[in-house]
Design a binder for this molecule. Structure first.
Ligand SMILES: Nc1ncnc2c1ncn2[C@@H]1O[C@H](COP(=O)(O)OP(=O)(O)OP(=O)(O)O)[C@@H](O)[C@H]1O
Ligand SMILES: [Mg+2]
Length: 234
């Protein structure tokens, strides 16, 4: 579903050239539950932005579901992205003037789904926010906003889900519930990529891709085998 071929991403910052991603190649298959693990600044968000065509790579090829999206910029790929990829942003990016329900419903509407309100209610219920549907983002806690962002991504039904630190704002118990939801999506055949600096989360992945300084330093099943979600603790 996701192929990166020799992807590099450099940012020009004044006199400095920052290499956020340094010649990364990988392939992620349909139905895989992948955790991308790496410390702050290792290039995780940059990689998701390149995969989702929100940003162009400096070098290399990006092929998503058989389509080469390496060039053309974010505008040209808008429709493709909308129908293929759901991105859960590290900073949530909710619409401040829309309620939780409207934020989620909007995503389903954009996707052209008929029963968008019902889908939105079900997704908010699934992330534990059934009682908060009428709240605006500023009336929600950070963790609740994060869960709205997750519900919004799931409401699209898109085949690829990219989640940037989806448990960053959540307490342990809620975090595990969200991870279970994401794992279920992979079991239903979606391709799920979770980005995190929390090594514990990588224990439940099918596959762990570890980043350091924009390079892949390891790629394979979790070191001590795939753990059951009930074994997690942090
Ligand atoms: N738009 C930008 N302009 C300049 N430098 C950038 C830009 N975006 C990212 N960088 C730099 O690229 C590197 C990788 O950033 P990235 O956001 O991908 O890290 P990350 O692994 O997601 O970190 P975190 O865990 O803190 O979210 C960092 O050194 C960062 O400062
Ligand atoms: Mg990041």
């Amino acid at each position: 579903m996701i192929t990166l071929k020799h992807i590099s991403k450099r940012f020009d910052v004044g006199d400095n050239l920052v290499t956020a991603i340094d010649d990364i190649s990988l392939q992620i298959n349909k139905g895989e539950f992948v955790v991308v693990l790496g410390p702050s600044g290792s290039g995780k968000t940059t990689m998701l932005n390149v995969i989702s065509a929100l940003d162009n790579a400096s070098d290399g090829k990006v092929i998503i579901d058989g389509k080469d999206i390496s060039n053309g910029g974010r505008k040209n790929h808008f429709q493709f992205r909308r129908n293929t990829i759901s991105l859960i942003f590290q900073t949530f990016n909710l619409f401040p003037a829309l309620t939780a329900l409207e934020n989620v419903q909007f995503a389903a509407d954009m996707r052209g789904l008929d029963n968008s309100e019902q889908i939105a209610r079900e997704m908010l219920e699934a992330v534990g926010l059934g009682a908060r549907v009428g709240h605006f983002p500023h009336e929600l806690s950070g963790g609740e906003q994060q869960r709205v962002a997750i519900a919004r991504a799931l409401a699209t039904g898109n085949p690829i889900i990219l989640a940037d630190e989806p448990t960053g704002e959540l307490d342990f118990k809620t975090g595990v519930q969200i991870l279970q939801l994401l794992m279920n999506q992979a079991q239903e055949g979606k391709t799920v990529v979770v980005v995190t600096h929390n090594r514990e989360i990588s224990r439940i992945a099918d596959r762990v891709i570890e980043l350091s300084n924009g390079n892949i330093v390891s790629d394979g099943p979790p070191e001590s085998g795939k753990a059951d979600i009930s074994e997690l603790q942090w």
